[in-house]
Design a binder for this molecule. Structure first.
Ligand SMILES: CC(C)(COP(=O)(O)OP(=O)(O)OC[C@H]1O[C@@H](n2cnc3c(N)ncnc32)[C@H](O)[C@@H]1OP(=O)(O)O)[C@@H](O)C(=O)NCCC(=O)NCCS
Length: 173
């Protein structure tokens, strides 16, 4: 008799996956997730994507080693479902806040077959927990259209950040 494949479900009330910290060994996973995120956002030029992979791998490796990039990976029995990272981004000083770094959530990606199961939510909760533990006052990000509902669900709000375009990039929102 054919056995049915187990599908992770939210209905049990318990997520069928675990979110763990990423290490430098997970770089190939993080690079894949970053590339897949850009592809889903409309980046199609393979050469640009290949180049971006190399640059991101170098960028992420050095920051993971210096402790300014944290990553989380959601997995279900060794199967990777998604992930995301927090980068401690340099910022200008301001009255009452002289730290000059702020946490920034990036590279959020869930494999298409695992979407809608709370994977991205699990990563966002870990990132928020990390920020609280490290006494940061806020977590910032730039939300893709697909990501907006996820972030709104977890209390993120729009800000007054503005921009004046000099040149439009096709996958820029
Ligand atoms: C955005 C993305 C990471 C969401 O991942 P996910 O694991 O499916 O998200 P979750 O399951 O945690 O969803 C959380 C909530 O957002 C809503 N949501 C998620 N994706 C949605 C979509 N495409 N359309 C409408 N609602 C969506 C869900 O309804 C869910 O709410 P619920 O739990 O109350 O039903 C995933 O769609 C993705 O990888 N997209 C491509 C890359 C991308 O846009 N990354 C974000 C960059 S900022």
């Amino acid at each position: 008799m054919a056995t049915k494949k187990r599908k992770p479900t939210k209905k049990t009330g318990k997520p069928a996956f675990k979110v763990r910290n990423a290490t430098v060994k997970d770089l190939p996973i993080l690079v894949h997730q970053r590339r897949a995120m850009w592809r889903d956002l409309g980046a199609r030029d393979q050469r640009d994507l290949d180049r971006a992979d190399k640059v991101y791998a170098r960028w992420a490796r050095s920051r993971m080693k210096s402790g300014t990039l944290m990553g989380w990976i959601a997995e279900d029995g060794g199967k990777i479902l998604g992930g995301g990272c927090v980068w401690l981004q340099p910022v200008q000083p301001r009255p009452g806040y002289n730290l000059m770094i702020q946490p920034y959530l990036l590279s959020m990606y869930t494999e298409p077959r695992s979407r809608g199961l709370g994977v991205a939510s699990g990563i966002v909760l870990k990132a928020l927990e990390w920020c609280r533990k490290n006494r940061f006052l806020q977590l910032r990000l730039h939300a893709s259209e697909m990501g907006r509902k996820v972030y709104i669900k977890h209390g993120f709000e729009r800000t007054w950040e503005m921009r004046r375009r000099i040149k439009k990039l096709s996958e820029d929102s």
